[in-house]
Design a protein around this ligand. Sequence first.
Ligand code: FAD
Length: 508
Amino acid sequence: VKKLVLILGDQLDINSPILQHIDPKADRLLMVESANEAQHVWSHKARIALFLSAMRHFAQQLEGLGLPLLYLKQSSQTIAECLRDQITSGQFNHLVCVEPGEWRLKKAIEDLATELNITLEMQEDAHFYCSRQEFSQWVANKKELRLEYFYRLMRKTHGILVDPEGNPEGGQWNFDKDNRKPFPKKGPGLIPAPEWFAPDEITQEVIAEVEERYPDHPGSLAHFQWPVTRSQALQALEGFVEYRLATFGVHEDAMWTDTPFGWHSLLSSSLNLKLLNPREVIAAVLVAWKKQDLDLATVEGFIRQILGWREFVRGMYYLDMPQMAEDNFYDHHNALPAWYWTGKTKMRCMQESIGQTLEYGYAHHIQRLMVTGNFALLAEILPKAVCDWYLAIYVDAIEWVELPNTAGMALFASGGRFTSKPYIASGAYIKRMSNYCGSCQYKQDVRFGEGACPITNLYWNFLIKHRAQFDASPRTRLMTVNLSKISAEDQQAIQAHAQTILANLDSL
Ligand code: FAD
């Protein structure tokens, strides 16, 4: 057997099973920088730089271990095309890889192996807690696929925050309601900075290359300081656990101008590149809980994101692809406003959330879900266009995690398949959770007419349009109760105003 082992750019796990038992005389490892991957969606410069820099650092590590690596820099071919060339020219009869986090690539590799009639050993990604088979088993007898029940199963299966009888620590599974507080009126105060890493020589070279090759791509590289190696990722984890975790929970949903990171961990890119293992993140958090006597609400809230949401959306992605990418429950077809790529809109909340996204390739969950995602849903934008934006613009974006969050959660494009309700909110929510509205030209509490907040207007318009759906569920009925308090005349005015907004999204 002569093995070709493909290492993808988001599979930089030095402990990966595919790196074991390599025969340096016969086998070869292959890493490809494919321009196609950078251009498949119009990627943020920081996202491209992160992948390239992390890959080059990883390659250096593999070479240091004496492993037989072929590293193709800036290839103009797709990954599948490079594979084809290598397999045929090197006469490999066995292709090994870890299952890609993108359905399109997985299919391309499978098709290639069939066509070339070679053995394909596509291993399950051992990085995750929940295997594909376990997820399918869990799904099999469920009427409703909901995070909460999956998360409880994960807690019990892995003995995390449960007592020996399997009961939840602190008597409840979920402390979410303790974790939704805005920052105090006078602002968030001093938040310790996240661990940042000044670009080393490799990263500087990558930055220069990205600027040269992709000059018109969105986003800035001026602040590029993301972890690009495993040791930096471990340092970032340590810094988060030591200085930021204690306050993570309570203000998890809060937003504030010039506060792009809040108390969040900023670990998603390291986790998704597999520089960090979720098990070591959770272990570090559990140690800190005891050592620092942290609030259970914070610890549970953080663990739920990783053991719950991250594993759940991955399970859903493989279960529902390729259909998930086509889902469009509300049949929305509007174009994505051009200002999603520039931040040049008069809406302060969008300006801030998109502005920091362009600066850093980062926004936290509530900015993604309740600001940019909420607007995209209310503005009836085609899900595919919104998903392409999210995949392009965040440093942590990889399709297995981006798509279910965007299509499934933010846009309700898969209907109620794995979320219980559409996540929509008016300007009142954004005002409560941030200081954005205070300096906005639009008036958050005006529903139509001059100065009306587009989000507030479109929120009520959405409720009027989909009233029957919202009335039908006890989880959303309260929203339409408030709608009943608005006169028929005002409801008509809301709808008329919304028509104008929807026809002129680019000018908001
Ligand atoms: P923290 O708030 O500190 O959370 C800790 C960790 O929990 C994160 O690092 C992440 O690994 C995990 N996590 C939290 N929420 C989720 C979630 N909903 N799904 C999966 N993992 C989660 N996350 C990505 O990693 N990549 C994406 O492309 C992505 N796209 C998103 C698109 C939309 C529309 C929405 C609403 C959310 C998206 N998320 C995505 C989830 C979440 O917003 C990010 O994981 C988080 O903001 C990353 O920042 P952090 O590391 O500071 O997270």
